[in-house]
Ligand binder design. Structure first.
Ligand code: C5P
Length: 328
């Protein structure tokens, strides 16, 4: 019996609510550009408690609504939307003939480098798989997720994981403790491809102006997570992890938005305060500040709001995309 025939025998599900987390890259090493226009990455993801909520209900066609964003024009509602693409990819892979309405409630900053669009796609995959009773296992969902975007598989998985390849080949990583974050938002997003292009430009200039320094940098910065990083994660100490945070792609984000570097320096300061590390989240422009305690993170967020900025609180690691409720 095909999946489509099997599902016809069962009671239809009327409404599925799935929640998927955003992420911070605790470590992001960027390697060479491959022939498909992707960079080889070596990264450590941590899922954090800013979530995308997707409610899937039956429909004849594929439709989408979005809430939770200040400017709705920043989120496409057609096939450029990753959640929409995810639903269609799952339907195509399983031979499902109907459609779905996806209601996406966003809490992860749009175009902020925290994988919000990827979380929408992960949530849509899990929600439609449940709504349509298509029954794909985790491995098959992971395959479809990787086709949708480099960060989508991690939002399915959650927790803490090492990503290699394009960031989509995942291995769970051991991590102890709960980490307290302040996320500092920027008014305008950054395009991920633009940040990678800026990164390539910085590297090309570096190579031209000082080939020896460039070679040295590359040698000192192999695209691998150093063993000391995993020791920090295992220590469970925010201070240790704060000292180890590293994002090589920052060079591209700083090139496009130099204020980001100044803001990190201003917030992290001379040390001794509650903030133990600061980093651009993924391609940015969201900045992620790790704090020693929850109270320290609360007071840091307040301080940044006093600057007239939007600062969110989150903790990690948290679980990946999961069904919150499913109603018959
Ligand atoms: O996979 P995703 O759609 O998130 O990637 C967006 C863009 O970011 C890619 O088209 C590519 O330009 C860039 N990228 C990259 N190397 C990666 C991941 C993304 O150059 N490993």
């Amino acid at each position: 019996m095909s999946i489509a025939e099997e599902q016809a025998d069962e009671q239809p599900v009327q409404r599925v609510h799935v929640r998927a987390p955003g992420k911070v890259n605790l470590f992001l090493g960027v390697g060479e550009l491959d022939d498909d226009g992707y960079h080889e990455l070596s990264t450590v993801f941590q899922a954090v408690s800013l979530y995308e909520d997707v409610i899937a209900t039956p429909a004849d066609d594929f439709t989408l609504s979005v809430s939770g964003v200040a400017d709705p024009s920043t989120v496409p509602l057609d096939d450029r939307n990753l959640a929409m693409r995810a639903a269609k990819v799952l339907a195509a892979a399983t031979g499902y003939a109907g459609g779905v309405h996806l209601d996406v409630h966003k809490s992860v900053p749009v175009a902020g480098g925290m994988g919000g669009g990827s979380a929408d796609a992960a949530a849509a995959l899990v929600a439609c798989n449940e709504l349509w009773r298509t029954g794909l296992d985790h491995g098959r969902l992971h395959e479809l997720a990787a086709r949708l975007g480099a960060d989508v598989p991690f939002s399915l998985m959650g927790g803490t994981a090492v990503g290699s390849g394009r960031g989509d080949v995942l291995t769970p990583a051991l991590s102890r403790g709960r980490y307290e974050w302040v996320l500092l938002l920027d008014e305008e997003g950054l395009s991920t491809p633009a940040v990678y292009r800026a990164f390539d430009m910085v590297m090309a200039e570096d190579l031209k102006s000082d080939p020896e320094r460039h070679a040295q940098r590359r040698r000192l910065d192999p695209v691998q997570v150093p063993p000391s990083f995993f020791e920090s994660l295992l220590s469970g100490e925010a201070f240790e992890l704060g000292q180890s945070l590293r994002n090589q792609l920052e060079a591209g984000s700083f090139r496009l938005r130099p204020q980001l570097e100044e803001t990190i320096d201003a917030v992290v300061g001379e040390g001794g305060g509650p903030v133990v590390g600061g980093i651009v989240s993924g391609s940015g422009p969201t900045l992620a500040f790790l704090c020693e305690t929850a109270e320290g993170a609360d007071s840091t967020a307040e301080r940044l709001r006093g600057w007239g900025r939007t600062a969110l609180r989150a903790h990690g690691p948290v679980r990946g995309a999961h069904v919150v409720s499913a109603d018959d």
